[in-house]
Every structure is written in C-alpha cells, then in structure tokens.
Design a binder for this molecule. Structure first.
Ligand SMILES: CO[C@H](O)CCc1ccc(O)cc1
Length: 117
C-alpha cells in the first residue's frame, strides 16, 4: 500500500549507530562498573532498591540478537544502566562519578553521531 511505500527504514549507517556507540561505551575507561550484571547476592540491598537491573553485556546480547524494535528501546536500556547507578551510588563515590562521566560521554557522542545522519 501507499503507507508501506512511505515507510522509511533508516539508512544503513544510521542503523549501525547503536553498535558504534555501544562499542565505544564498552571500551570506555569509566565503563568498568557497568560491563556485567551486578552480583545481587554480594551487594546488600541491590535487589530491593534496583527493580530493573541492566548492564552493557545484557544490552550487547539484545543488540546482537536484534531484540530492540527501535533505537529508542536501545537508548532506554542505556539510560537505565546509568539511572540505576545514580540511584544506588553517591555522586561523589568512585562508581557514582564513573556513571556521571559515562553518561556525559554517551550524551555528547550520540549527539555527534546524529549530526552525521
Ligand atoms: C553499577 O554498580 C552498582 O551500582 C553496584 C555498586 C556497588 C557494588 C558494591 C559495593 O560495595 C558498592 C557499590
């Protein structure tokens, strides 16, 4: 139908932006607290306080198996990682500061990628 003809999937390079961004986040020096799921048995209170745990390896698995229906769902999981961090950690703690720096990088880098679209 005409609607199908009007529907536009993003150009290939734009659809690769999440993979580009995720790769850079995984390699970032401030990513170390977020690379793997928090071990909830070894962190008192985590399971009770953080209702929706998320981490970069889980996001990588979802990207690799095309589980994100759109870019917004991908960005929402990234935001969840950093929102959980701010909720559980003092801003001035090692992990709290790493989370704030990684969020700053993420926001600046994503804006840069969008300028290339
Ligand atoms: C992304 O890291 C989580 O916020 C857990 C932070 C944490 C883990 C163990 C501790 O002793 C303190 C904080």
């Amino acid at each position: 139908s005409l609607l199908v003809l009007c529907g536009r999937s993003p150009p290939l390079r734009v659809s690769l932006f999440p993979r580009v961004l995720l790769g850079e986040l995984e390699a970032h020096q401030d990513a170390w607290p977020f690379l793997l799921p928090v071990d909830q048995r070894s962190v008192p209170g985590y399971r009770k306080v953080i209702r929706r745990p998320m981490d970069l390896s889980t996001i990588r698995g979802r990207v690799s198996s095309n589980q994100y229906p759109d870019t917004e769902a991908f960005l929402s999981d990234l935001a969840l990682v950093l929102d959980n961090c701010e909720r559980f950690n003092e801003d001035r703690s090692e992990i709290g500061r790493a989370g704030l720096r990684l969020r700053s990088f993420l926001e600046r880098r994503w804006a840069q990628l969008l300028q290339q679209s």
